[in-house]
Ligand binder design. Structure first.
Ligand SMILES: [Fe+2]
Length: 284
């Protein structure tokens, strides 16, 4: 019997979602996005996705190998979809989970990455990995630094490569590898999401379907004092960011990380000012 993920409806109390995340390191949230939001988001990303080249140039061969040649990517989603920037990135359920999981280790968390991953027929399974290995210099054990999600923008099935996750692996020694029966697959309807901790082992599944592209949205958040995978301020420059709500601007990294109350300091100032104020004043 393969491992199973817990599945909870999006209107369950946050405490129930947190309990599942604490125990398993991952939880499927059914119906996270309603049908209208899902339709808008899909329509807004369609042009960028149509222009995406599965053979795109990556940073280096290792990144190219990790994603494979049959995957279309659209990163920097906040600059391409207002629905993403307002209703998805600022989704109250996701932010409530981040409040509980990330605020113990920071004054404010930010968007790490908003990245559409469209995996085509024939795409190989991704290497199983932990997202927090990006920040390899952080000594372990460490508090939770990153919270991630994969939001299904179409139905995720075992055949089309639903994300594979290893429940409980957030508590394992970092050198332990899973046995096949310890791996669960996040099959889910469009609009549902699997949320997982940055320390959990997971990876994209192989797409063995004949013609089904598996369109998923990787959305992750990071403690606000650590460098994000995507440079979100450059990806969503001031001309776009100034039209967004302040919460979205802060998530995109425009705000200072203010640890003064903890006898720390500020990160992210411009001319010793908070860039959020400069945006408001039209100075950025
Ligand atoms: Fe990952």
């Amino acid at each position: 019997m393969p491992a199973e993920l817990r599945r909870l409806p999006a209107d369950k109390p946050i405490a129930d979602l947190l309990a599942a995340l604490d125990e398993d390191g991952a939880v499927v949230i059914e119906g996270l996005l309603d049908a209208a939001t899902l339709a808008l988001l899909n329509a807004e990303v369609d042009p960028a996705l149509a222009a995406a080249d599965p053979g795109m140039k990556h940073l280096n061969p290792a990144v190219a190998f990790f994603f494979g040649e049959r995957t279309r990517h659209v990163a920097g989603l906040a600059s391409k979809s207002r629905t993403f920037a307002t209703d998805v990135m600022c989704h109250p359920t996701l932010l409530a989970l981040c409040d509980a999981l990330l605020l113990p280790a920071c004054a404010e968390y930010v968007l790490n990455l908003g990245h559409l991953i469209d995996r085509g027929p024939g795409a190989d399974a991704q290497l199983l990995h932990r997202d927090e290995l990006v920040w390899v210099h952080v000594p372990r054990p460490a508090p939770t630094l990153q919270v991630a999600s994969m939001i299904a923008l179409c139905e995720f099935t075992a055949e089309n490569g639903a994300t594979r996750l290893v429940p409980g692996s957030h508590r394992w020694p970092w050198d332990r590898q899973p046995e096949p029966e310890e791996i669960a697959q996040a099959e889910m309807a469009a609009g549902s999401a699997v949320v997982y901790l940055g320390s959990l082992i997971h990876g994209g599944g192989a797409n063995r379907s004949a013609a089904s592209w598996r369109r998923g949205l990787h959305l992750s958040y990071l403690v606000g004092w650590l460098r994000t995978e995507e440079n979100n301020v450059l990806a969503t420059p001031p001309r776009i960011a100034r039209e967004l709500p302040e919460r979205a601007q802060r998530l995109l990294g425009y705000g200072v990380h203010d640890a003064i109350a903890k006898l720390g300091g500020y990160c992210g100032m411009v001319g010793l000012r908070d860039p959020i104020e400069l945006l408001r004043e039209g100075a950025l």
